[in-house]
Ligand binder design. Structure first.
Ligand code: ZN
Length: 236
């Protein structure tokens, strides 16, 4: 009888022990899974944050930042201030000024204004959140507000403005945009988001947004009606 009780006791101890071991394994497994997930989340972030992925130092003018290509959070080119208070990459200052001076004729003799040049990650984040908020205030759901906002403002990290090679130009009349569409390539700038390329660029038409790619490339793109994504694909 005593033996039986002892056996029962031992059995209970063994069962408890097994349960503890199983429990420990489950905890370890969960921790492992969690770490793995964290790691998986971190890997693409590290990759896409690598400047070299997006900003190619040899072909800096061809750096591609769009909906699918992220730029590092702290990328900051050598900047130079322009009239109106905006900044751009130093390397595009001269052709930009030349283009704006020549565009003046089509703008009632007024110098077109660069209303947006280089943007920091923080600035882009603020613009993005402001846009979402404005849709939320109109009564849109969280999801819908974000969807609508993204049609107009890129997510932080995904805006070409963070390169310092893109500008938004304001003119006195619409004629300015027509002139830019026909002439910007002579200065190395392209009409970046054409209405007929929306599917490829991922951005709706923006007549005011221009991007520097260099004179040679801009001419080729203009003559063959290529957007930057198409040009880069062709040159692969
Ligand atoms: Zn823009």
């Amino acid at each position: 009888m005593k033996n039986k009780r002892q056996l029962k006791k031992s059995f209970k101890i063994v069962v408890c022990f097994i349960i503890i071991i199983i429990f420990v394994f489950i905890i370890r497994y969960l921790v492992l899974i969690n770490n793995k997930n964290n790691l998986l989340e971190r890997i693409p972030a590290v990759n896409v944050s690598n400047d070299n992925n997006v900003v190619n130092q040899d072909n800096w003018n061809l750096s591609l930042v769009n909906k699918w290509n992220k730029i590092s959070e702290n990328y900051e080119p050598d900047l130079v201030g322009i009239s109106g208070g905006e900044k751009v990459d130093k390397r595009i200052y001269e052709p930009l000024m030349e283009m704006l001076e020549d565009a003046k004729v089509k703008n009632w003799g007024q110098m077109p204004i660069v209303v947006s040049g280089y943007r920091t990650y923080e600035k882009q984040k603020q613009l993005y959140n402001d846009k979402i908020r404005s849709y939320r205030n109109k009564g849109y759901s969280k999801e819908k507000a974000r969807e609508e906002a993204e049609k107009w403002v890129a997510m932080p990290g995904y805006s070409e403005h963070q390169l310092g090679l893109a500008i938004d130009i304001n003119g006195a009349t619409y004629d300015l945009y027509l002139w830019l569409q026909d002439n910007s390539y002579k200065y190395g700038f392209i009409f970046r988001y054409k209405g007929n390329k929306t599917d490829i660029t991922g951005t709706a038409e923006e007549v005011w947004h221009y991007r520097y790619v260099g004179m040679k490339v801009a001419k080729e793109m203009y003559e063959q009606d290529l957007c930057l994504e198409e040009y880069l694909e062709l040159k692969k």
